[in-house]
Design a protein around this ligand. Structure first.
Ligand code: SF4
Ligand code: SF4
Length: 203
């Protein structure tokens, strides 16, 4: 009887819905807070948000960020601050996408897009420069030849920053505490989140 039971298990599986996707032809929707390839953001007026403070490089556990700040030229400033990120590099051969750099950044200059489909055939391509990381004049990530972007994916560049419940506290729901972005303005908060425990509403 053992083999008949085995056939029965196989037979039943034939009528169950398939959950295997035809990747890479089909991609599943990505969650809003997925950690992917970084972008360097700009304000709505086009100025760069990075002030070259190096906090992201200091906190990075993989030591894969290199930043060198420089004074803004008085006649043609790059950022609203005193300084800007003159050199900015991320080595994706080492990045573990922990997002600590995003958390450390005081100006929301660096965030992560949802793109994780990228691969390299040489070291130079793996080390992203400021020019490659900086969003374009439409506020969207620059799409590099070795990256697999699909329509709409380039709109998701700052989901983490738009989290409305820091540390999981739902009382922050709907609170906008971030600056506007080139091409998008002030991004909307995430949808309301339900309270796990009604008593948390107090105090
Ligand atoms: S995501 Fe983590 S490992 Fe990658 S650059 Fe940022 S801090 Fe470093
Ligand atoms: S990305 Fe943010 S933390 Fe890093 S140097 Fe620029 S302003 Fe500082």
């Amino acid at each position: 009887m053992g083999y008949l039971e085995g056939f029965w298990v196989t037979f039943r599986q034939m009528f169950r819905p398939r959950i295997t996707g035809q990747y890479p032809e089909e991609k599943r929707p990505k969650v809003e807070r997925l950690h992917g390839r970084h972008v360097l953001n700009r304000y709505e007026d086009g100025m760069e948000k990075c002030i070259g403070c190096e906090l992201c490089a200091g906190v990075c556990p993989a030591r894969c960020i290199y930043v060198r700040g420089a004074d803004n030229p008085p006649d043609d400033p790059v950022s609203p601050g005193e300084r800007y990120g003159f050199v900015y590099e991320i080595n994706y051969l080492r990045c573990i996408h922990c997002d600590l750099c995003v958390e450390a950044c005081p100006t929301e200059a660096i965030t992560e897009s949802k793109l994780f489909e990228f691969s390299f055939t040489n070291r130079d391509d793996a080390i992203y420069t400021r020019a490659e990381l900086l969003v374009g004049d439409d506020g969207r990530p620059r799409q590099l030849p070795w990256e697999d972007w699909r329509p709409g994916e380039d709109a998701l560049t700052s989901g983490w920053m738009r989290a409305t419940a820091p540390a999981g506290d739902h009382r922050w729901t709907g609170e906008v505490q971030w600056s506007g972005e080139l091409g998008y303005g002030v991004r909307a908060p995430e949808p309301p989140q339900e309270a796990a425990d009604p008593s948390e509403e107090e105090g």
